[in-house]
Design a protein around this ligand. Structure first.
Ligand code: SAM
Length: 288
């Protein structure tokens, strides 16, 4: 805690991981934390898992993957561009270094950042089985034939794509090349931020006023909007149960609505599950 010269207390704290990745220096655009979380769920990642990522980009997704697999797990992250590879590594190091300050246990050093085109990595990955794969790169369908053989049977490859036309290209690529990947889900996550606070008028708390029903009223100008909005919180005339309910809330009316400015579209998330009927592990099961 610190105080300003006027005695206002301020809490100084280290950023949470989602705040850090939104504020850190970027090379390319990051995967947004809300989308990363959904991808982690899609891939059903557990501590101890081995996960493949391409591309590393600015390292936002790598950090979340690192936390999800924990000290016993491993993330292998490919990046084709030297500058992006350097940014991802630097961001990872900065986060780990800062983590030490406020924590007893070290942040695991469990991400291998590899500067290489994923399309040329088949040979290097030959001996590794991945529990899951996360792709955030241009033309992910080109990488699928390389990465799917090392994805475990039943494992999920989660893909992050900005445009719906890219999603169609991805699915068409899978269909044409007959890859054993089933598309289980395509989602887009919208997150609406809400504003909830006591209404103010001339920088003081506004008084609650009785509702007046006036359906002929002209639409309000922007600057009048907030005051008008709190004025109708009391409900319509004659609606006693609503008035009683509002009275129970206290004398201060609240603004309670979504913010007019919101984060728009970020990405489509595609969940591809490996289902390979001719996999060597497949055994006939007569019990079905
Ligand atoms: C949008 S960024 C990924 C951002 C990352 N998910 C994050 O959260 O910071 C896409 C990255 O994929 C990389 N990339 C594109 N094609 C690649 C390939 N064939 N092999 C490896 N990386 C590739 C690009 O250079 C770029 O850095």
């Amino acid at each position: 805690m610190v105080a300003t010269s006027q005695g206002v207390p301020l809490l100084v704290r280290r950023p949470a991981l989602d705040e850090f990745v939104l504020l850190m220096k970027r090379g390319p655009t990051i995967s947004y934390p809300k989308d990363i979380n959904a991808m982690l769920l899609m891939m059903d990642i557990h501590p101890g898992d081995t996960v493949l990522e391409s591309g590393s980009g600015s390292g936002a997704m790598s950090l979340f993957l690192s936390r999800a697999v924990g000290p016993q797990g491993r993330v292998i992250s490919y990046e084709i561009r030297k500058d992006h590879h350097a940014v991802a590594k630097k961001n990872y190091r900065l986060w780990r270094d800062a983590w030490v300050i406020g924590h007893v246990e070290e942040w695991p050093d469990n991400v291998d950042f590899i500067k290489q085109d994923i399309l040329t990595a088949a040979e290097d990955m030959k001996s590794i089985t991945f529990d899951a794969v996360a792709l955030d790169m241009l033309c992910p369908q080109a990488a699928l034939p390389i990465v799917y053989p090392n994805l475990k049977q039943g494992g999920v490859c989660a893909v992050y794509l900005a445009n719906i036309t890219q999603v169609i290209e991805l699915l068409e690529g899978i269909r044409r090349s007959k890859l054993p990947l089933l598309c289980e889900q395509i989602i887009e996550l919208t997150q609406r931020e809400w504003l909830i606070q006591p209404a103010r008028q001339d920088s003081r708390l506004a008084p609650r006023v009785e509702a007046q029903q006036n359906i002929d009223e002209e639409p309000q100008q922007d600057e009048e909007y907030l005051v008008q909005e709190q004025a109708v919180v009391g409900g319509s005339e004659g609606d006693e149960s609503l008035s009683e309910h509002v009275a129970a809330l206290g004398s201060v009316p609240y603004i309670a609505r979504p913010y007019p400015w919101q984060v728009g579209h970020t990405a489509f998330l595609i969940k591809l599950r490996k289902f390979n009927p001719v996999h060597p592990d497949t055994v006939p099961d007569d019990s079905w």
